[in-house]
Ligand binder design. Sequence first.
Ligand SMILES: Cc1ncc(COP(=O)(O)O)c(C=O)c1O
Length: 442
Amino acid sequence: MSAPLFEALLRHAAAGRAPFHTPGHKGNPQALPPELFRLDFTELPDTDSLYEASGPILAAEQEAARLFGAARTLFSAGGCTLCIQAMLRLAAPRGGEVIAGRTVHRSAVNAMALLGLTPVWVLPDGSAGPGLPGRIPAAGVEQALREHPHAACVYLTSPDYSGVLSDIPAIAAVCRAAGVPLLVDNAHGTHLRFTRRDLHPLSLGASMTACSAHKTLPVLTGGAWLQIADPAFAGWVKSAMALFGSTSPSYLTMASLDLAREWLAQHGKAAFAALEDRAASLAQLAAQRGFPQPRGLRDPTRLTLVTAENGLSGEEAAAHLRRCGVEPEHADASAVILLPSPWNREEDFARLARAIATLPAGNAPPPAPSLPPLPPAACSPREALLAPQEAVPPLEAVGRVAGEAACPCPPGVPLVMPGEKITAECAEFLSRSGFLSIKVLQ
Ligand SMILES: Cc1ncc(COP(=O)(O)O)c(C=O)c1O
């Protein structure tokens, strides 16, 4: 037999590392019922159809809307990416400008390009500590809205990858005063309605949220919810999703969303309260060893060890964790990110505690990169992403127009976006950050 991907997955599974990465079900056989895997059906007279839902899919979506306090909830089997595409389509149907936090996932940049939208960037404030992007400030959003009064909406990511939360109530108030919808990429925060304090952006005033349920809940990869607070958008949301979505959404993934909603309704509060306690004690252990969490308001279930504060790179820390049988979600020069879920097993947490307790101190100086000024835009993301491109070393890219985003970590803020003209300072920063090439327009 030759099935390279299947064989690689089997090998990975055989290594038996404790999974502190997505998906949230953690391969735990108790997270999803085995009969689910016999139900890979399609649109049949009695199974409904995602984009024309009028039967069980609609009923399942309505149950989810009730649980999240939404006017409308839509299933996605195309990840949060499809929800982001639909949100932007709904909020900016005629194109135009979007006020956007610069810490944006590439799915949003791609959607802006496909929809012909022009981003007006608001920079994060660095308030989470060295090496981390920080929060999108309400004052920055307010100023951008003043300077761009015709912007169609405000778009931001909260929580960010490291779990840091922006001040959604304050930003929502600014958006309400300006009469524009607030769209939140809540890919990493689907569970935040069930933490002790409800931190879900929909509960805090967002107009729409894109939620990657599969990242933190017992949902198959690709399962996500688009949550809509404002009934004005509910009417044509299915056609907005159908514009981008596959006509063959996975029924397994959709059924797992339905099951996760039922599990959340029954057990969500207790399960996430217990997870908060576990995360707090692991965070305390890490802090005692000199590896603090990001500063300020954050997802209380996520563990981001800011290793650079103790002279250790995130990559070195991740290598140590793997040697101890723990697989993290992500590591970069300054931090390592772990995604615990209620479906991690006791042994997973015990292994993680042992790994943290034996993390060595390093001797690298903590990175304190301060970003050069944003490069000027030469053309729209759409023109740039759809143009012929070539890859060149950063130092040869000065004066050229970027064909892709380049995001050095730290600080996790895109230095260059598609359509921006690469300055000498940006090129040097990229080169120093280890980028070997960047795509530019031919
Ligand atoms: C912040 C953020 N937004 C959106 C996405 C896209 O989510 P999905 O993979 O569910 O399409 C991701 C994926 O990692 C993400 O980290």
